[in-house]
Design a protein around this ligand. Structure first.
Ligand code: IYR
Length: 224
């Protein structure tokens, strides 16, 4: 096999124009119901659903197909407690001293603070690490490329897959989050990039009204 062997492009369904538009609309209708959740139920969610969502995330486009990511999946109460305690300590400094007034003002409509009980309540915490080095095959030690972009896209796939399975998610980015290397037993050259909290929403979960407003097409696109 040469470096650039190819196979035919996978067959995509040849939808009629009306079907294609109907599908595009249906996808939008489905994805726009996603809401960041900050009150989770402790109801269990089967591991296989999380596995499938991670497989979906792992299919994301990425730099040189090095797939520069690792998903550390936490469900043990001890580990969840460790994440919550460290995250709350970081967040306390953030809210009390580090965050600018402008930042706090931007967060006010969300009603967030340093108290993060959901990190212990939700059944799954998926910690996503970006790998600065790696390569296309397990055990490789090569330079990776576009790690931030790749992990960002994969995280989007993960969240979309979990949403499609009827699960609520929260993208949580404690700052700094180096403590996650230790909790998850990952090497120092891996950078924790976010925690995706996944599970069922609590019966009394709410979302801030602020989060409902999305920019219209004219505001987020230009057509040249
Ligand atoms: N990481 C903090 C603060 C926070 C920052 C942004 I930007 C948000 O969109 C939400 C929260 C926290 O989790 O509370």
């Amino acid at each position: 096999m040469t470096d650039h062997d190819t196979v035919p492009y996978s067959e995509l369904p040849d939808y009629s124009d009306p079907d294609r538009l109907a599908r595009a609309k249906a996808f939008y209708e489905a994805i726009k119901t996603r809401r960041t959740c900050r009150q989770f139920s402790d109801a269990p969610v089967q591991r296989e659903v999380i596995e499938q969502a991670i497989l979906a995330a792992g299919s994301a486009p990425n730099g040189a197909n090095h797939q520069p990511w690792h998903f550390a999946v936490i469900s043990s109460p001890d580990k969840k407690k460790a994440v919550r305690e460290a995250a709350e300590a970081e967040e306390k400094t953030f809210y009390e001293t580090k965050a600018s007034d402008e930042w706090l003002e931007a967060l006010a409509p969300l009603g967030t603070d340093e108290v993060k009980p959901y990190l212990e309540i939700a059944p799954w915490l998926i910690v996503i690490f970006g790998q600065r080095r790696g390569g296309p095959n397990p055990g490789d030690d090569k330079q990776n490329y576009y790690v931030t972009e790749s992990v960002g896209i994969a995280s989007g796939f993960l969240i979309a897959a979990l949403h499609d399975a009827g699960l609520a998610t929260l993208t949580h980015t404690p700052n700094p989050m180096k403590f996650l290397n230790e909790v998850c037993d990952r090497p120092p050259n891996e950078k924790p990039m976010m925690i995706v909290v996944a599970g069922k929403p609590a019966d009394d979960a709410t979302v801030p009204v602020h989060a409902l407003s999305k920019k219209p097409l004219e505001a987020i696109s230009s057509w040249l």
